[in-house]
Design a protein around this ligand. Structure first.
Ligand SMILES: [Zn+2]
Length: 146
């Protein structure tokens, strides 16, 4: 059976919050949204489709709070997010030290493999002038640090 990673939702976004928000701040935002979307708080003249959407939002908000309102699950989630971001961003706009690139003696240039299978290439003289290098295959860019 293939292992499928379930797409993680952005629980902070769902609460309209930032990862830097304190627990008190998160709770305040959660409570505000819950009041807004609570099924018991809906007026009778809301269309059926809108009611469904609100219930869906309410469940989402509740899930978000279950994770972010608990110190342990929040810590776990934050850690997971950080790891996801690292893999997602590498090497898009990554900063790479020139010394971490491989020197190609034949071509007289520095190279770094891109995750797409292509590579970043910069010649010795170019390193004096440019700091951004495009992948030769895809549109990813890295910044070279000296
Ligand atoms: Zn690439």
């Amino acid at each position: 059976m293939a292992f499928e990673k379930t797409a993680q939702k952005d629980w902070y976004k769902i609460l309209g919050a930032e990862p830097s928000d304190s627990l008190t701040e998160l709770k305040r935002k959660y409570q505000k949204l819950v009041l807004l979307y609570h099924p018991d708080k809906q007026s009778a003249d809301v269309a059926a489709g809108a009611v469904q959407e609100r219930v869906r939002r309410f469940i989402e908000i509740d899930q978000a709070w279950k994770i972010l309102g608990n110190e342990e699950t929040k810590k776990e989630y934050d850690l997971q997010q950080r790891e996801d971001n690292l893999t997602k961003e590498w090497p898009l706009h990554a900063q790479v030290y020139l010394k971490d690139m491989s020197w190609d003696e034949d071509e007289q240039c520095y190279t770094l493999p891109c995750r797409c299978g292509g590579s970043y290439t910069i010649s010795e003289s170019e390193t004096k002038e440019v700091a951004l290098v495009c992948c030769d295959t895809c549109s990813l860019v890295i910044e070279i640090l000296q």
